[in-house]
Write a new protein. Structure first.
Length: 211
């Protein structure tokens, strides 16, 4: 049975699922849902996901939504070890990942930034000012949270974990919106390490941009 990922090339949530699929060694067919063109609001896509969001993953006879839920399913069924087994360490690693996926990413979602731009009367600097206002403080907090973990190649250990899957797409967004990345040495070290892994490199938006 084929695996199908409905995604958008610049979607952070889709990006993190692409990384997870690559790490799990799962081949998949990518079907683009163009958020800019409004494809996510079509009847066809709403039938897949009533929230009108990406990604949607069809795998193992299931249709899954919500990137963190999808990644958890892959982790549980493919033994990826994305989170520590010990409860306290697991909670800390999960909090690190959620600081981006639950707190930072949603306010920088395309639809939110567009609405903020509209409410501002398309003020000069929007939506870039909006993105930078949230992304740098979010990354500074993430950097501080990383100090609670031993120095390692990846956020929480010697292999990629859930926090790395959440961080790297946010770093793409930070660079896209020209966020100041000074004072983030551990994040930048993790970012460089992940960039050398094929699973991350092959999931990069530039590899999935429309022709």
């Amino acid at each position: 049975m084929s695996v199908i990922l409905y995604d958008y090339w610049r979607s952070s949530a889709s990006y993190r699922v692409r990384i997870a699929l690559n790490l799990a060694g799962i081949s998949y067919q990518a079907v683009s849902v163009d958020l800019v063109a409004g494809d996510h609001r079509s009847d066809v896509h709403l039938a897949r996901n009533p929230q009108g969001l990406v990604p949607v993953l069809e795998i193992d006879g299931l249709r899954l939504t919500q990137s963190l839920a999808i990644i958890d399913y892959l982790d549980q069924t493919r033994g990826m070890g994305l989170l520590p087994a010990e409860p306290a360490a697991r909670a800390q690693a999960l909090a690190l990942a959620q600081s981006i996926a639950v707190d930072l990413h949603p306010v920088c979602n395309l639809s939110v930034a567009r609405h903020a731009t509209t409410l501002s009367g398309s003020a000069e600097g929007m939506p870039g000012d909006w993105m930078r206002h949230f992304i740098r403080p979010g990354l500074l907090a993430f950097e501080a949270l990383l100090n609670g973990f031993e120095q390692a190649p990846y956020c929480t250990g010697t292999q990629p974990g859930l926090a790395d899957l959440c961080l790297i797409p946010q770093m793409y967004n930070a660079r896209r919106w020209q966020v100041d990345l000074t004072g983030l040495p551990r994040i930048l070290s993790v970012d460089a390490t992940c960039a050398d892994l094929p699973a991350f490199a092959q999931a990069h938006p530039d590899r999935h941009a429309p022709d």
